[in-house]
Design a binder for this molecule. Structure first.
Ligand code: NZQ
Ligand code: ZN
Length: 387
């Protein structure tokens, strides 16, 4: 096992009706609030009214900025920074999914910074100060509600890039599984694929003596694999929604990656797809991850065989090590298909004319991943396996 420091400081408030108390949570941290949200789902579901009432009851001043698009854009971040400065905002409340939260984080980092907030995403500068943020989560997926990451798309050049800082970790996250009942089936499935990908990025490692985290990662995968079809079939099944939601937060909240070298190549490759073509991140991962697996599994057959046996219950007696590895990959792909996700670039609607450019762009800062170091040619080979 590797040395590690673990400190996830996000306060998790989980369960039915918890959003109704958001005003009191915010009051502990700020006075002038920016309420940040997406394209309107929170107005349709009635969540907007609940949050606004709770903020008013707590006696808080607030202004709002809606309109965050999936794959959140830099232009709205700039608008948010100006708005916060003009109105002396000292706290940002993100109500929505990963896109809203990531946009809120970018604004939070940008307000006290004299330069261009995009510097944090090109790694020209590190975040040294940020406004505090809180979250009311409406989709189990990105894990941004307790992660230090923010992923923003700069429209000019289709650059989707990330920034990591513990200062961006939300102070609290309200997780009411009932708020996910209204998700379109496709978004529920995309969320499941993203959660699974966050687990798999950690699972595929060469680090030895990590049984404890292996078992936790396998538990997260098995939970999502079991409960996603239930939630798709019965969207208001509280038990299934609750387990997916908690698994989603834990999957990307650092605990499961402790003591192990992690990979993250598939995420970097996917960010090119969603940066260029505006596809849902989870759908992109359902295409990239199985292709990545097919390309790298020989680097550690035993680990891939363990994944097949423990996560997919593949009968060890029926296959040799390579057969087990391939069967685990096949079942991963089959699962993504079964929940309505694309598993090829064609199904995702991505033509082949920019593959070379995307492979170039995602490796321009050096090779991707750790399980196998991937250069431009490797990424091209993965794209070919995804066709
Ligand atoms: O915009 P609204 O109207 O709210 O609609 C959203 C959006 O269209 C809708 N939605 C969300 N909750 C809903 C709902 N519709 C009905 N009922 C509800 N309860 O779902 C759509 C997708 O929302 P989005 O926020 O984009 O989803 P997600 O949470 O999957 O976030 C994806 C973004 O997170 C980034 C991704 O790259 C992508 O940009 N990620 C962020 C990470 C992080 N910060 O740690 C890590 C991840 O790996 C990921 O890269
Ligand atoms: Zn992800």
């Amino acid at each position: 096992m590797e040395n590690f420091v673990f400190q996830n400081t996000t306060k998790i408030i989980f369960g039915k009706g918890t959003e109704n108390n958001v005003g009191n949570e915010v009051k502990k941290l700020g006075k002038n609030i920016l309420l940040h949200y997406g394209g309107g789902s929170i107005k349709e579901t009635g969540l907007y009214n609940k949050v606004v009432n709770s903020l008013k009851e707590a006696g808080l001043n607030f202004i709002e900025l809606g309109g965050v698009q999936p794959n959140p854009r830099l232009s709205l971040v700039y608008e948010g920074i100006e708005l916060c400065r003009e109105n002396d905002i000292d706290f940002i409340l993100a109500v929505g999914g990963g896109s809203v939260i990531d946009s809120a984080k970018a604004i939070a980092a940008g307000v006290p910074y004299q330069g261009d907030v995009w510097d944090f995403y090109t790694h020209r500068a590190v975040v040294e100060e940020a406004l505090p943020i809180g979250v009311v989560l409406t989709i189990a997926a990105a894990g941004s509600e307790s992660s230090p990451g923010s992923v923003i798309t700069k429209e000019e050049g289709n650059l989707k890039r990330d920034c990591l800082s513990d200062l961006l970790r939300p102070k609290f996250a309200i997780l009411n599984p009932e708020l996910t009942y209204t998700l379109p089936a496709y978004q529920t499935a995309c969320g499941a694929a993203d959660i699974m990908a966050h687990v798999l990025e950690r699972y595929f490692t060469h680090t030895e003596d990590v049984d404890f985290t292996d078992r936790m990662l396998e538990a997260a995968l098995k939970t999502v694999i079991k409960h996603t079809p239930i939630a798709l079939d019965d969207p208001e099944n509280y038990g299934a929604r609750a387990q997916i939601m908690w698994a989603g937060t834990v999957a990307h909240g650092d605990l499961l990656g402790t003591g192990r070298v992690q990979d993250w190549a598939s995420h970097n490759i996917e960010h090119e797809l969603s940066g260029f073509y505006d596809v849902a991140h989870g759908a992109g991962l359902a295409v990239v991850f199985p292709a990545w697996m097919k390309y790298v599994y020989k680097e550690n057959l035993a680990r891939f065989a363990q994944y097949a046996v423990r996560v997919w219950d593949v009968e060890a007696d029926f296959f040799d090590l390579e057969g087990l590895a391939l069967e685990g990959i096949r079942r991963t792909e089959e699962f993504f298909s079964s929940i309505g996700l694309p598993v090829t670039l064609e199904e995702l609607g991505i033509p082949d004319d920019k593959l070379e450019l995307m492979a170039e762009m995602c490796t321009e800062r050096g090779p991707l991943g750790n399980f196998k170091k991937l250069y431009k040619e490797d990424v091209m080979n993965i794209f070919k396996l995804a066709m």
